[in-house]
Write a protein that binds this ligand. Structure first.
Ligand code: AMP
Ligand code: ZN
Length: 492
């Protein structure tokens, strides 16, 4: 049984907010484009997965059964999303002298570790591109048999004129889309937007990842894998497809075109195409290829709890650009600390952090003051995942004077199923982290602060200031009079 407000989602296909109605009542089938595992995920990539996790948690909280597939791209993604450049995986492996399969396994593990640290739930299925080479060959052969692909010396190419409305998702005619660079890349392409379904290895070159095919020995194009795996695990038409907004321009229009050519219909594969906006820094969109690798681990190393990054993502709507800066992260960390301290105080008084998983039991018999808050929360998250409006309701639940301790904790537990902050289990001590490169230990910081306290009591302000400056030089900011009682924090 699904409950509460009607979910609306912003569908990039048509650029409109639409009520969400799954194909099969009560069951949401979701496919999310996964990472290309040639490097650590950067914080921008991780924003994409906090978004899909929020979507999945909202659907789940509202009573849908969710089948969620995320793929792992370990082959085929070129340094340009179109048909230009080198294979990202081959290039990365060549750079390190490592075996490409090892590179893929290493960064896949690192990615999953990041997700765990962000409380991102495992999908129903991880689907690895290189496990599906035969499926991809069959799919490409079917497209060719349906007359929508043509072979060249360099591989098998998709003919975009063979499907209705190619590029409708991008919202721009394909020839306006970087066409010149793309024509120049491959000789014999019939149309600038045509793209490779299969790419043959360059003559005389042996690649680490290559397979035989009717068109030559080589590797599948990147777009093919997502069509193949989404249809294989979710059906020819499923509910929701997600990805970053960059995928709206090339990757997803190409997936749609492949799906249409494969099924010989105008069906697009997914009914709702959802795209998260970018995490940007002052230099623009964060990207791995720019060598701009702000990773989750780099934040942790600077003393930031990973869930502060989750909270930062939730504090912006997924369709808005989010600017990443030390101040923004620091603000999120303070907000997380404030929440954790307040909730921990409630938990300590109550002595219980485990509440029923079943929402009916969790929220059963709650008074109106509680159900009002939950109704507002439901309205916020059901309205295209408006997490920035949902977060203050968590603050209101914590501060409410109308609710008993038990009632408050049940409301908080319910909201946290969606927010995924694990707030009932976050301890103050978990959030008191010093940067790994700090030479000073926590015990030393405490000792210096005790000395400073003595100096201040003796009105020796010069000494007190000197200690503060000395700590500041080691990346520790002394916090006098902090309302939450923190005596220091790391400077980012
Ligand atoms: P990739 O590993 O490059 O295939 O990207 C994984 C996911 O991250 C895709 O859904 C991208 O669209 C998304 N993505 C890439 N850069 C950013 C960014 N700066 N902000 C948000 N999402 C991004
Ligand atoms: Zn994809």
């Amino acid at each position: 049984m699904t409950t509460g407000a009607q979910i609306t989602l912003f569908n990039s296909l048509g650029r409109a907010l639409q009520p969400f109605t799954p194909i099969e009542p009560g069951h949401a089938r979701v496919y999310s484009c996964g990472p290309t595992v040639y490097h650590y995920a950067h914080l921008g990539n991780l924003r994409a997965y906090v978004f899909t996790d929020t979507l999945r948690r909202v659907l789940d909280w509202k009573g849908y059964r969710v089948t969620h597939v995320i793929n792992i791209t370990d082959v085929g993604h070129l340094t340009s999303d179109a048909d230009a450049g080198e294979d990202k995986m081959e290039k990365a492996a060549a750079g390190t002298g490592k075996d490409i399969w090892e590179v893929a396994a290493f960064y896949t593990d690192a990615f999953k570790t990041d997700l765990r640290q962000l409380n991102i739930l495992d999908p129903s299925r991880w689907s690895i591109a290189t496990d599906h080479i035969d499926d991809m060959l069959d799919f490409a052969k079917a497209i060719e048999a349906n007359g929508a692909a043509y072979p060249l010396d360099t591989g098998l190419y998709f003919d975009v004129t063979k499907v209705p409305d190619y590029g409708a998702l991008a919202g721009a005619p394909p020839q306006d889309d970087g066409g010149v660079a793309r024509i120049a890349e491959v000789e014999g392409k019939r149309h600038p937007a045509d793209f490779a379904l299969w790419r043959n290895s360059p003559l005389g070159e042996t690649r680490q990842m290559e397979w035989d095919s009717p068109w030559g020995r080589g590797a599948p194009g990147w777009h093919l894998e997502c069509s193949v795996m989404s249809i294989k695990y979710l059906g020819a038409q499923f509910d929701i497809h997600t990805g970053g907004i960059d995928h709206r321009e090339i990757h997803h229009p190409n997936e749609i075109a492949q799906n249409q050519a494969f099924t010989c219909t105008s069906a697009t594969g997914a009914n709702y195409w959802l795209h998260n906006n970018f995490l940007v820094d002052r230099g623009g969109k964060m990207s791995k290829s720019k060598g701009d690798i702000s990773t989750l681990q780099s934040l942790i190393d600077r003393g930031v709890h990973p869930l502060a990054y989750r909270l930062l993502c939730l504090s912006a709507h997924y369709r808005s650009e989010l600017e990443f800066s030390a101040e923004a992260v620091s603000g999120a960390l303070t907000r997380l600390r404030r929440l954790a301290i307040a909730v921990q105080a409630l938990v300590d008084r109550h002595g219980e952090t485990h509440f029923p998983l079943d929402r009916e039991r969790l929220e059963g018999d709650l008074p109106k003051a509680a159900t009002d808050l939950l109704t507002q929360f439901d309205a916020a998250v059901s309205a295209d995942l408006m997490t920035p409006q949902a977060l203050p309701l968590l603050d209101q639940a914590i501060a409410s004077k109308a609710l008993s301790l038990e009632e408050k904790l049940r409301v908080i537990a319910s909201m946290d199923r969606v927010l995924g902050l694990g707030i009932l289990d976050l301890r103050r001590a978990d959030l008191r982290v010093r940067p790994v490169d700090a030479l000073i230990t926590e015990a030393e910081i405490d000792a210096r602060l005790a000395e400073r306290k003595e100096a201040r009591a003796a009105k020796d302000f010069a000494r007190s200031d000197a200690i503060r400056d000395e700590l500041a030089a080691q990346g520790v900011e002394v916090m006098d009079g902090d309302p939450l009682g923190w005596d220091w924090r790391v400077t980012l």
